[in-house]
Design a protein around this ligand. Structure first.
Ligand SMILES: [Ca+2]
Length: 423
């Protein structure tokens, strides 16, 4: 529906039916029309984290904030020292007869900022200040045309200290820029979630905790869907291949953070991810070969599923719970160290509608089966759908940054050092 109306607007502009001087705003859309910069705050517009050696410690974080000029939500980017300062948006087709890109911005301190299609290109930066202001980037000034495969939004570095930037109402305007569009500024503070409130059954991982304290090796088997398989993790960070990014996925991040906390090396993340698979299919076609054949009682098994069950296979939280219990029963033949992770979401669609039901089912699984649980669904939805996309590369799939933040929120289940989101 939303896509159709955008096409209608595009058509009207192209047909020249807008009055001369009129300005129409539209968000930026990804090439498949799945998400846009206004309805899916933060989604698809991903940080470039550099090379594999640059990714940790994480130097760019994106979250959704109530400090906004449209719809009560905007994207807030926190850049740490050494951040590349670059956000990348792979674009859909843009009507080049429009005036150009436009956005509202405010920053923690004055900074120079520009749009371009690669960092080697020369385009003139604007100065962003500490109060909301509209910034326009005329296509003719930046040389924009549809040969640009991506649009970069770049804070001109080097970034020497923690700096934040809020961007909102990112899009295109035309045929002319509107000097004074109607906006509705809203303010924070943002509601936070403690990791304590999304992690269940830590006591059921007592054996794993003992191994960590004793600095003994173990494997973390992660059996799951496309999220576990790393789909879309490389978005924005194009230098790092998906298959080379296991250590940056949520369970790889657990391995890294537990090694840091317990001061040893020896935790091996094992990716058993399958895009599009349901809990039942993981049970029937992957569990034995990829987990049970090699896992021992010393290992931790993460079971992550639910999205495909509900979005594509007509399941519901109750049936997911029943299927998950079957999976758990099989895993218990090898190890009772088990953590269940529920589904990621998209801003709209079937998962977000049953988010509370999934959280409830997860808590029941943990209580009934004496396993641990990490409520990923709750982390993404505790502030409602408008705030659900800031960790996502595309619908349902976090990028490397999203995975690392998710891992950071799960790690306290064994470190006991709870974290707030957003920080
Ligand atoms: Ca907004």
């Amino acid at each position: 529906m939303a896509r159709a109306s955008l096409l209608a607007v595009t058509f009207l502009l192209a047909a020249g039916t807008a009055l001369a001087g009129d300005a129409s705003f539209g968000p930026l859309w990804n090439p498949t029309g799945e998400c846009n910069t206004e309805a899916n705050t933060g989604e698809w517009l991903r940080p470039n984290l550099g090379t594999a050696n640059d990714i940790v410690p994480l130097k760019t974080r994106i979250y959704a904030t109530k400090e906004a000029v449209t719809d009560g939500v905007a994207m807030k980017i926190v850049y740490e020292k050494g951040s590349t300062g670059v956000l990348a948006f792979e674009k859909g087709k843009i009507n080049t007869s429009l005036a150009g890109f436009t956005l509202y911005a405010k920053a923690s301190a004055p900074l120079k900022f520009r749009t371009c299609t690669n960092v080697g290109q020369e385009t003139k930066p604007v100065e962003i200040g500490t109060e909301w202001k509209k910034y326009d980037f005329p296509f003719k000034d930046i040389g924009f045309n549809n040969d640009w495969w991506q649009i970069l939004f770049q804070v001109m570095g080097p970034i020497e200290q923690r700096t934040w930037l809020i961007l909102d109402r990112i899009g295109v305007e035309g045929p002319a820029f509107d000097a004074n569009p109607k906006i509705e500024p809203t303010t924070g503070p943002d509601d936070t979630l403690s990791s304590k409130d999304m992690l269940y059954g830590a006591e059921n991982l007592a054996k794993t905790l003992e191994r960590l304290k004793a600095k003994k090796p173990l494997k973390i088997y992660a059996l799951g869907d496309s999220v576990t398989a790393g789909a879309q993790t490389m978005r924005g960070t194009w230098a790092v291949k998906v298959e080379d990014g296991v250590r940056f996925r949520y369970f790889g991040t657990l391995a890294r953070l537990w090694e840091e906390e317990f001061a040893y090396k020896g935790i091996t993340p094992v990716a058993c991810g399958h895009g599009g698979w349901t809990t039942k299919k993981l049970l029937d076609e992957a569990l034995q070969k990829e987990v049970l054949d090699s896992a021992t009682a010393d290992d931790l098994v993460i079971l992550q599923s639910g999205g495909n069950d509900i979005a594509y296979a007509g399941s519901n939280p109750e049936r997911w719970k029943a299927d998950m219990k079957q999976l758990i029963a099989k895993v218990k033949t090898k190890t009772d160290q088990i953590m269940v992770v529920d589904s990621t979401v998209a801003a709209t669609g079937p998962i977000i509608k049953v988010a509370d039901g999934l959280s409830k089912a997860l808590q029941e699984i943990c209580a009934d089966e004496k396993v641990a649980g990490a409520d990923l669904t709750k982390l993404l939805t505790y502030r409602g759908p408008k705030f659900a996309c800031a960790l996502l590369a595309n619908d349902y799939h976090p990028d490397f940054m999203g995975h690392i933040v998710i891992g950071e929120m799960i790690a306290p289940i064994l470190t006991g050092k709870h974290k707030m989101y957003p920080e």
